[in-house]
Design a protein around this ligand. Structure first.
Ligand SMILES: [Zn+2]
Length: 420
């Protein structure tokens, strides 16, 4: 069936059907009489990712959307190329890069990094297939999400590149490690619906059922990534064994980004650092460090310069509050951090930094005590001080740390150790 790439692999898992998108159909909250969608129309929509559904419906309605990559001004192109020469700088402005590439930051940046790391040559990749794969990845992010969109994916990929260049890692990583890290970073939030796991569970979303309420989004991002890898045929020239290994290792990396599992990963990381027994010649240890690196890349916003960090904070809060608005409208009970009446950006950021970002980056700096780590901790301290200043201005008291993030950690689900 066209668009259906669901295949049962020998590894024993299925990819997500191209298009079993986590589209939230708000009509489920209305009475049945209001639902007037024919079964066939619904089936057609399920074949396509949400983004593809929008494009195809525009196409059938005769609305054409210009191909953004064709209308790039030469001058912008030149400036974007110029920026890529400094892609390893921690103060790389992904928002500017996204504007200069006309919304194609994820494709342009990841393609460039594949080239820079010599992956195209090493793995004999077909550049047309690579570009097609990256375009599909970029398209399957929801551009209407204020935060979980392709720009966030590009930002995480750029941060991952910075970590891969750190001396401890760069001298021990294989091209295979770099390949998996970049693919996992670029796809780690693929097809994100802009709402969190508790929302999917309380609305009985089929993804919550499919993944038994555990790492629902991360499992979906991973299976969607595997679907695109297979559909693009990018690694069709590799052995089945290697492709299966790649798919499962990308899964381990993406699943590590589930923030509710942070304590498990952090205590494992801490024990290794205390014992001083990390040996990067050991592929299992390298893989664990890449999981930690991707976790850092995913939540590194507060470690960027204030100008960049502030923009990310506003975007993520907008997404949280949007979810809260829907929950209020449909009487679903407003999730923690999502109520615009009681929460502020400053409170959310201070809680996030205190309970999640500082502990993680503190350990990362113990592992890799470099100038970059010190720069990140420096920004983190300054940014937190700025939010605290704003919090004091708003409340008149200050020093309130939102305990929501700490409470989130107590909700940790049992998890198999990933490091043997
Ligand atoms: Zn993310």
């Amino acid at each position: 069936m066209l668009g259906d790439v669901r295949v049962r692999s020998r590894a024993g898992f299925e990819t997500e059907r191209r298009g079993s998108h986590p589209y939230i159909d708000f009509r489920i909250f209305h009475s049945n009489s209001e639902i007037e969608v024919s079964v066939s129309a619904r089936n057609v929509r399920r074949l396509l990712s949400f983004q593809r559904y929008l494009r195809s419906s525009r196409f059938f309605r005769g609305i054409t959307v210009p191909n953004s990559s064709n209308i790039l001004d030469d001058d912008y192109n030149g400036q974007a190329k110029c920026m890529l020469e400094k892609v390893g700088n921690w103060n790389f402005d992904i928002f500017l890069f996204d504007r200069l590439t006309n919304g194609n930051s994820l494709v342009s940046l990841t393609f460039h990094l594949f080239n820079l790391h010599g992956l195209i040559e090493h793995f004999q990749l077909d550049t047309m297939k690579l570009r097609r794969f990256l375009v599909m990845v970029q398209e399957d992010y929801h551009s209407q999400n204020p935060y979980h969109n392709a720009v966030h994916a590009a930002d995480v990929t750029q941060a991952m590149h910075c970590y891969l260049k750190e001396p401890k890692l760069s001298k021990s990583l294989t091209p295979w490690d770099v390949l998996l890290s970049l693919i996992a970073a670029a796809t780690h939030d693929l097809d994100h619906p802009g709402v969190n796991q508790p929302f999917l569970i309380k609305t009985n979303h089929y993804l919550a059922t499919l993944y038994k309420n555990t790492s629902v989004l991360e499992n979906h991002h991973w299976r969607s990534a595997v679907g695109l890898l297979r559909e693009s045929g990018l690694f069709a020239h590799m052995s089945l064994e290697n492709r299966q290994l790649m798919e499962s290792q990308i899964g381990d990396l993406i699943l590590a980004t589930d923030i509710s599992q942070q304590n498990e990963y952090l205590s494992m990381f801490r024990s290794h650092l205390d014992r001083g027994d990390l040996c990067l010649e050991n592929p299992n240890h390298r893989h664990f460090i890449l999981q930690m690196a991707l976790k850092c890349a995913d939540i590194c916003n507060p470690c960027r310069t204030w100008e960049l960090s502030k923009q990310w904070s506003e975007k993520v809060t907008e997404e949280f509050f949007h979810q809260g608005d829907i929950e209020k409208k449909y009487h679903l009970g407003v999730s923690p951090l999502c109520d615009r009446q009681t929460e502020t950006i400053a409170n959310i950021q201070i809680g996030f930094m205190t309970y999640l970002v500082e502990p993680l980056f503190g350990e990362w700096a113990r592992f890799s005590n470099t100038r970059l780590s010190q720069t990140m901790l420096g920004h983190l301290g300054l940014n937190k001080a700025s939010w605290k200043g704003m919090q004091r201005e708003q409340s008149g008291s200050g020093d309130d740390v939102d305990p929501t993030f700490e409470e989130m950690d107590s909700d940790i689900l049992p998890q198999e150790p990933r490091l043997s």
